[in-house]
Write a protein that binds this ligand. Sequence first.
Ligand code: HEM
Length: 367
Amino acid sequence: MGLIGLSFIVASVVYVIIRPPSWLPPALLSWLPRSSTAAAAMTDARQRDEKSPSSPPPTIVEPREMGRAAAMSPPPVPTIAEPCEDRAAMPPPPPQPPKPVVVQPPSIAVEPDKQPESPTTPKAAAAQLPPPPPTFSLSTDSMPPPPPRPTPSSSSSTSSMMPPPPPPSRLSSAAPRPPTLGHFPAANSAQRARAPILPDRGPRSSSSSSSSSSGLAPPPTHTSVPTKPSRQITLEPGHSPLDWARLSGGPGADLRGVPAATPYLRVTPSMLRRQTGRRGTDAWMALGGKVYNVTPYAKFHPGGVPELMRGAARDGTRLFAEVHPWVNYENMLTACLVGILVEEPGPAAGSGGGGGGQPQSDMEAMD
Ligand code: HEM
């Protein structure tokens, strides 16, 4: 109680100093300077605050101390700034717009006219956002229009572009074919016949007799091209026409199949019929009155072995002319020449000449 009473007395003295009543003698007022008196009163009040923390009296904070306290960032101490005469004499601060602060420091800057609502918790204010980063707009308004894409329907693009590749279906349908010898021999090749190969031997067989009413069939010419579809086959490797030309074109090439010293034979129809190409025999073929051993040529024949063997052991002149009259067989089969086809000797040895009716009939029968 004594302490409270003492405090009350001190407060009264301070109040009298701050607001001297009118009845106070003027001499007492001029005794001490006013500022020092106020400072002394403040010092006394602080000493009393330390002694009695349970009931903190209102503290007068001057503006200078307030600014220093804010700069040093002391722990937040709730203070109450009461208006004083100096503060009252100052013009009110202009209203300041709230400044956006990113992070508020823990110190509390207590303004004289404001009282913090929560003295311990710093409030976060609206943060000042940094300037937005530059952005890139993808809008087509600011971009130049892209060049027109070539379309198949545009005539200008098709003129400068290659045509599109064929669809895979077309590619797959066209199966890769090995190189064939479809157009061999060429038109100017030596394998082509240069003249009609068949002598006119009278009326043709029943297949062509309908067109020849006079009985004399024209010799086969290059204009009478057969209309049969191509039946060429795939030759084995090393059996191309060029390979055959290399094999049979040498100066000493002998592919006759007979002893080397054997002269050209006079081959009768009966002899020819035994050379069928089977049972270990060579296949002989008569073409234009000459007899050739066609066995070495069989695997080189573009039409295949079976087709070639259709003329084996017989006179294949007409058959040959029906298929490919343009082929120059004489040049191609020079190394295969066995002899000449002669008529069969007659049973009568004294008939002479080696020719009679029977051989002639055999020759015609072979055709
Ligand atoms: C007489 C029996 C013969 C028959 C039945 C026969 C049949 C054929 C056939 C069907 C073709 C395919 C024709 C085509 O693709 O259009 C052909 C092509 C050919 N044959 Fe014969 N052939 C025979 C005799 C010969 C002989 C003895 C030679 C050679 C001296 C020969 C040389 C050729 C040649 C070079 C070709 C290709 C012709 C070309 O592509 O223009 N053929 N043969």
